[in-house]
Design a protein around this ligand. Structure first.
Ligand code: C2E
Ligand code: CA
Ligand code: CA
Length: 822
C-alpha cells in the first residue's frame, strides 16, 4: 500500500506531460515550492504510476498523443482508490468549451498555457488544502459508516419540502434497499415497516412534526426479500430560529440479534423457573450464582439470601467432607455426578434429594459454571413409609396387622429366656360382632372396633403388643409373664373393661369378648403355632357361652382335630348317602289329634353310629355342605310322605328345616319345585321351617323367595321363636303360617313367671296375626295344660312323641276315615 496523503511529510505531485521541457519546468516550479514530484510522459504511464504511488495531486496535460488528458482523467476517476484525487488540467486555452470538457472528464480545476509559475504554485497549494479537508471529511464519514455498521445503527434525515428521506449506508443496509437509493419518500420508507406497527409510527412522526414528543420505540421491518428485522428507532425534529420544524432526523438500529438472544434467554428462564426440579448454579469456586423458583419454594430460602453465598451453607452436615470431596473430584474428572445427598431447608430440616451436578464450561472458556439439579425425595420416602405402614398396620385402629404381629411375636420368643418369664398370646374375638355390623351399620362397627382397641391398650403395659389380625379379632403379646397368673388377670381385666355399655347412634349396647390364651413354655415356641392354639382356645370360649377367657389345653386340640376329621367324614357320608330322617309328630293341644310331622336329620356314621344334628349341623354350615344336605333331607321327606299317602294314610303335612344358607342359593324355589314334582307330593303337604337368621340376611330377597313358595301352597313356619330378634315388624312383613315357640320358654312356663308371660304374649300376638302357634319341646303334662289354657294350637315334644324312624312313626297316623291321637 502506498503512503497516503495524511501520512506523507511533503505532498507528492504527479506530472503528466509528453513534452520533456514542460515536465522539467513544472518539476522545478513545484519542487521549489516544497512539493515532491514524480513524472509520467504519457497517459498509460500516468495511469500506472497513479495506481502505484497514490499521488496527492496530478497535473495533467490535455494534449498528448495516444491518450489525451480528458481520456486519462476520466479513466483515473474510475479507479476506486484514487477517485477523489485532485486533478489539475493544463489546457491549451482558456476557452469555455475546453473548460467544460475538462470538468466533464472529472478534472478538479484547470490552468491554461502558458503557465505562470506563481499561478501554478498557488493553484496547487489551494487544491491540496481543499482536497485535504475533503479527505478528512471523507475519512470521518468512513469511520462513522464503519461505526454505524458495527453498531448496526443507521440514520436518516427528512426534509418536508422535497419529501426526501436521506439514508445513511447502514440504514440502507438495514432496510435492504439498493445501494444507489440514497433517499426515499417518507411514504416509501413507511412501507418498509411491519403493517402492525406502521400506522402508529406514521402518527408518531406526524405528531413529532407538530411539536410532539421524540419517538423512541422498537418495531419490525419487512424487507423486500421477505425477511423481518427487529429495530430500535428514534426520531426527533430540528427547528429553525423561529421554533418551526425544518426537518426530522432519526436513527434505526438493527436489534434482531439481541431480540433473538433475549427470547432465547426468556425461554431458558422459563424452563429454568418452571422446572419441577430444584436448580442451582454456582461459579467454579462454588459461590451461588442463581437458583430457580422451585428451589426457593421447596427449600424455603429466598433468592436474595442464597445468591452470592457459598454452596457449603446449604449442606445438611449429614455427610463427611470425604463425601463432598469425592463429588468434586468426579465432576472435575468427568464433568458429571449423580447421587443422593441430604440437603437442608431454610428452617433447618434436612431432606434427601437426588442430585445431579454438571460442569457447564464452553470450549476454551476459563470460567464456567456448575449446574446442580435436585429432586426432593422426601415425598417418595413418605410414600415408601406409608406403604410400609399399610403393609404392617391396620389403618382403622392404628394397630399392627397379622404380619407385624407375627414378627413381634417372633422377636419376643427369641428374646425370651427363663428368668424373664414366659410369653403369653391372647387371641380376642368380639362376640356377635356381625350382628352389630348388620343392624347398626359398618360405620358404627368401625367405631366399636376403635373403641375396643383403645380399651385393650389401656389394659396392658406399653411394652406389650396389641394387634388386629382379622376383622373382629385382636391379639395381644404379653412378655415376661409369671406362669399362670399374669395372663389370666390381664384377660379378666379385658373382659371386665367391656362391661360398660357403648353408646353410639343414640342407643346403648354391650360388646363382649371371647379370649383364648396360649403360653410359650407349655404350648410351644413357634409363633404360628402359639397363635393357632390361642385361637383354638378362643373358639372354645365362644362355645362355652362367650364373654370369657380360656387357656389352651391339649384336649381342645384334640377337639379341633376331631372337628377336622368330622368335616372330612361328613363330606364322604354325604356322597355315600349315610343320612336318614327321624320324624317327630305334632298334635292338636285340645283335641290331641295328630296334625303332622317334623323331619329331623340323623347321621348314620360308619364307626360312631347314629349322630344327632347338634353335632353336625354347625359343621355342615361351616363347610357349606348344609346346602346339599338340606336338599337331600327335603327330597327324602317328600318321598316318604308321598309313600305314606300311597299306602293309604290320610294326607298330612311334613315339616322340613331350612338353613339360612339355603336361601343364599340361586335356586331354592327351583329345588323345592323339583323335589315336589319328582316325588309327586302336593305342596299342601309340605311345610318349611325357617329361623330369624334368614330374615336378617337379605330381607327383601328372603321375602321374595318365601312369597313364591307360599304362593305354591307350601306352608311356612318360623322356628325357635323368642330367641332372636322377635320383631313384630318382621312378622308382619313375612308370609308366615306358623310360629313355633322355642323350647327354652316352653320349659320355663311352669317354674318361671317371666317365661309364662313371654309365652302368653307370643300366643296372643301370633293369633292377632292369624298365625297358628306350635309349642316345641313339651316335656311335662303341666306344660301341656298351661299351653292348652293359653290357646296354643299344637304341641310337639318328648311328652307326646319322640323323634323316631319312619316305620315307627306310622302308629300315630290316622287310618283313612279314622283318627289316632296321643
Ligand atoms: P329344631 O328344629 O328346634 O328341632 C327340634 C329339636 O328338639 C330336635 O332335636 C328334637 O329332637 C328336639 N326335641 C323334640 N322334643 C323335645 C323335648 O321334649 N325335649 C327336648 N329337650 N328336645 C326335644 P334334633 O333332632 O337334635 O335337632 C336339633 C336341631 O337340628 C333342630 O332343631 C334343627 O334346628 C336342626 N336340624 C335337624 N334336622 C335338620 C335338617 O334336616 N336341616 C336343618 N337345616 N336343620 C336341622
Ligand atoms: Ca324345627
Ligand atoms: Ca325348634
Amino acid at each position: 500500500m502506498p503512503e497516503s496523503r495524511t501520512q506523507r511529510k511533503t505532498p507528492l505531485v504527479l506530472i503528466v506531460d509528453d513534452e520533456r521541457l514542460m515536465r522539467t519546468m513544472l518539476r522545478d516550479t513545484l519542487e521549489a515550492a516544497g512539493f515532491g514530484v514524480v513524472e509520467a510522459s504519457n497517459g498509460r504511464e500516468a495511469m500506472e504510476r497513479a495506481r502505484q504511488i497514490h499521488p496527492d495531486l496530478i497535473v495533467l496535460d490535455v494534449i498528448m498523443p495516444d491518450m489525451d488528458g480528458f481520456e486519462v482523467c476520466s479513466q483515473l476517476r474510475k479507479i476506486n482508490e484514487i477517485r477523489h484525487l485532485p486533478i489539475l488540467m493544463v489546457t491549451a486555452s482558456e476557452e469555455r468549451e475546453v473548460a467544460e470538457r475538462a470538468y466533464a472528464a472529472g478534472a478538479t480545476d484547470f490552468i491554461p498555457k502558458p503557465i505562470n509559475a506563481a499561478h501554478l504554485r498557488h493553484h496547487v497549494r489551494y487544491m491540496l488544502r481543499a482536497s485535504l479537508n475533503v479527505e478528512e471529511l471523507r475519512q470521518k464519514e468512513q469511520r462513522l459508516a464503519h461505526a454505524q455498521r458495527l453498531a448496526r445503527l443507521g440514520n436518516w434525515e427528512w426534509e418536508r419540502g422535497e419529501d426526501r428521506l436521506r439514508l445513511s449506508e447502514e440504514a440502507r443496509r438495514i432496510l435492504a434497499v439498493a445501494d444507489d437509493a440514497v433517499s426515499l419518500t417518507l411514504a416509501a420508507y413507511l412501507e418498509h415497516i411491519h403493517p402492525r406497527e406502521r400506522e402508529a409510527i406514521r402518527r408518531g412522526l406526524d405528531q413529532l412534526w407538530q411539536n410532539g414528543p421524540p419517538l423512541d420505540l422498537d418495531f419490525r421491518l419487512l424487507r423486500p426479500d421477505g425477511t423481518e428485522r427487529f429495530v430500535h428507532g428514534q426520531a426527533d425534529r430540528i427547528v429553525d430560529a423561529g421554533g418551526d420544524a425544518v426537518r426530522l432526523v432519526g436513527t434505526i438500529q438493527d436489534i434482531s440479534e439481541r431480540k433473538r438472544i433475549e427470547e432465547k434467554l426468556t425461554l431458558a428462564g422459563k424452563v429454568f423457573h418452571s422446572s419441577g426440579d430444584m436448580i442451582l448454579i454456582t461459579d467454579m469456586q462454588g459461590w451461588v450464582v442463581d437458583v430457580n423458583d422451585t428451589f426457593c419454594r421447596l427449600t424455603g430460602f429466598r433468592r436474595e439470601k442464597i445468591v452470592g453465598w457459598p454452596l457449603g451453607d446449604l449442606l445438611s452436615g449429614q455427610h463427611d467432607s470425604e463425601f463432598y470431596r469425592h463429588i468434586w473430584q468426579t465432576v472435575t474428572d468427568k464433568g458429571f455426578w449423580q447421587g443422593e445427598v441430604w440437603s437442608r431447608r431454610q428452617d433447618g430440616e434436612s431432606f434427601p434429594a437426588l442430585v445431579s451436578v454438571n460442569a457447564a464450561r464452553s470450549d476454551g472458556e476459563e470460567n464456567g459454571h456448575y449446574v446442580f439439579s435436585a429432586t426432593d425425595l422426601s415425598r417418595l420416602r413418605e410414600t415408601e413409609r406409608q406403604l410400609h405402614y399399610l403393609s404392617h398396620f391396620d389403618p382403622l385402629t392404628d394397630l399392627p396387622n397379622r404380619l407385624l404381629f407375627l414378627d413381634r411375636l417372633q422377636q419376643s420368643l427369641v428374646g425370651e429366656n427363663s428368668h424373664q418369664g414366659q410369653v403369653a398370646v391372647l387371641f380376642i374375638d368380639l362376640d356377635d360382632f356381625k350382628e352389630i355390623n348388620d343392624t347398626l351399620g359398618s360405620q358404627t362397627g368401625d367405631r366399636v372396633l376403635q373403641e375396643v382397641a383403645r380399651k385393650i391398650k389401656e389394659c396392658i403395659r406399653a411394652s406389650d403388643t396389641v394387634a388386629r389380625p382379622g376383622s373382629d379379632e385382636f391379639a395381644v403379646i404379653l412378655r415376661e409373664v409369671v406362669p399362670g397368673g399374669d395372663a389370666a388377670s390381664v384377660a379378666q381385666k379385658l373382659v371386665d373393661s367391656l362391661s360398660t355399655p357403648f353408646a353410639f347412634v343414640g342407643r346403648e349396647f354391650y360388646v363382649t369378648l371371647s379370649i383364648g390364651i396360649a403360653l410359650s413354655d407349655i404350648d410351644g415356641t413357634d409363633p404360628e403355632e402359639l397363635i393357632q392354639k390361642a385361637e383354638t382356645a378362643m373358639v372354645c370360649a365362644k362355645e362355652q357361652g362367650k364373654n370369657r377367657y380360656i387357656f389352651f389345653s391339649e384336649a381342645m386340640n384334640q377337639q379341633v382335630q376331631e372337628r377336622l376329621a368330622m368335616k372330612t367324614s361328613l363330606r364322604r357320608s354325604l356322597e355315600r348317602d349315610q343320612f336318614l330322617l327321624h320324624y317327630q309328630p305334632k298334635f292338636n293341644s285340645v283335641t290331641r289329634e295328630f296334625t303332622g310331622l317334623e323331619a329331623l336329620a340323623r347321621w348314620q356314621h360308619p364307626d360312631r353310629g347314629l349322630i344327632a344334628p347338634a353335632h353336625f349341623i354347625t359343621l355342615a354350615e361351616e363347610t357349606g355342605l348344609i346346602v346339599p344336605l338340606g336338599e337331600m333331607t327335603l327330597r327324602k321327606a317328600c318321598r316318604q310322605n308321598r309313600q305314606w299317602q300311597e299306602r293309604g294314610y290320610h294326607p298330612f303335612p311334613v315339616a322340613v328345616n331350612l338353613s339360612a344358607q339355603q336361601f343364599g342359593e340361586q335356586d331354592l324355589v327351583d329345588t323345592v319345585c323339583r323335589a315336589l314334582r319328582d316325588t309327586g307330593l302336593s305342596p299342601q303337604c309340605l311345610e318349611l321351617e325357617i329361623t330369624e337368621s334368614v330374615i336378617l340376611q337379605d330381607t327383601e330377597r328372603a321375602i321374595d323367595i318365601l312369597r313364591k313358595l307360599k304362593n305354591m301352597g307350601i306352608r311356612i313356619a318360623l322356628d325357635d321363636f323368642g330367641t332372636g330378634f322377635s320383631s313384630l315388624d318382621y312378622l308382619r312383613r313375612f308370609p308366615l303360617d306358623v310360629l313355633k315357640i322355642d323350647h327354652t320358654f316352653v320349659r320355663g312356663v311352669v317354674s318361671s313367671e317371666q317365661d309364662a308371660a313371654i309365652v302368653r304374649a307370643i300366643i296372643a300376638m301370633a293369633h292377632s296375626m292369624r298365625l297358628k302357634v306350635v309349642a316345641e319341646g313339651v316335656e311335662t303334662e303341666e306344660q301341656r295344660v298351661f299351653l292348652r289354657e293359653q290357646g296354643c294350637d299344637e304341641v310337639q315334644g318328648y311328652l307326646v312323641a319322640l323323634p323316631v324312624p319312619p316305620e315307627e312313626v306310622e302308629r300315630f297316623f290316622p287310618l283313612a276315615g279314622g283318627r289316632r291321637d296321643c
